[in-house]
Design a protein around this ligand. Sequence first.
Ligand code: GA4
Length: 332
Amino acid sequence: MVVLSQPALNQFLLLKPCKSTPLFTGIPVVDFTHPDAKNLIVEACRDYGFFKLVNHGVPLELVANLENEALRFFKKSQSEKDRAGPPDPFGYGSKRIGPNGDVGWVEYLLLNTNPEVISPKSLSIFRESPHHFRAVVEKYITAVKNMCYAVLELMAEGLGIAQRNTLSRLLKDEKSDSCFRINHYPPCPEVPALNRNLVGFGEHTDPQIISVLRSNSTSGLQICLADGTWVSVPPDQTSFFINVGDALQVMTNGRFKSVKHRVLADTTKSRLSMIYFGGPALSEKIAPLPSVMVKGEESLYKEFTWWEYKKAAYTSRLADNRLAPFEKSAAD
Ligand code: GA4
């Protein structure tokens, strides 16, 4: 067991009491093949900004292959892994999250999903990994993207948007600014005297339109409900968890809320999660979709491009409300 000294622990500043978070028993589950899936998706995004997707059609073999390759990567020596980092923002990272001082009990690979703009750092991850890691990552991303397009199509239908592809086209765009992250949370050192857990990934909302998460069977993910209560999401390695991101909150003029979430590390088991973050092209204007607005409804946000949001996001801390600079005030 790794025992960290108090000063070493203090750098995390993120100790949370163990066991105080209730299990989320009411998690909305959407069966992709259910005739009413579109309405269930809309309800879940409105009430929680979050749901679990079952019967998703992504072959579990693809998922298992990627999990194996990822574990093989994270088992390498620290110096080997460090050769694929630090993230700029893509590449291998350990403990540091983003450029502004956030830390967590996590190591990760962050990749751009657009092969045309994949950074040299991202490519070096694959060079360090002689197996078929790159091919496995690409197959997985392709399958998850296709599933995600279908989710967005259903979501748009459920929102009453007549025009096909209104949401999915943003991710299908060859310039879509989407990324992919594999997080590895090693078992965290016990802090017996404090009976507390280390935070693996601090609370935040995802910036993009939609995030698709798959994890192994180690718990740790928690989401914040509308009333501010934190609940633990029971892991399910055969399903996907879908998050509404900030961009979708704006596009629905606040009907859907980007869900605040965080991950606590486990003291005995390691957690591995992989997340596809579907974002628009940098030049895309982010504003409420006219087709979801009712007559006379005013936008809650000033108009901005995805590039403007991202520029601001990269000066923010993880827990910040990144939409605050774009919210309209009474004076606007
Ligand atoms: C949170 C969601 C994704 O993991 C991520 C993160 C990104 C990063 O790790 O580089 C950010 C974070 C995330 C939001 C604010 C900025 C950017 C770290 C950070 C402090 C890849 C993303 O897109 O936004």
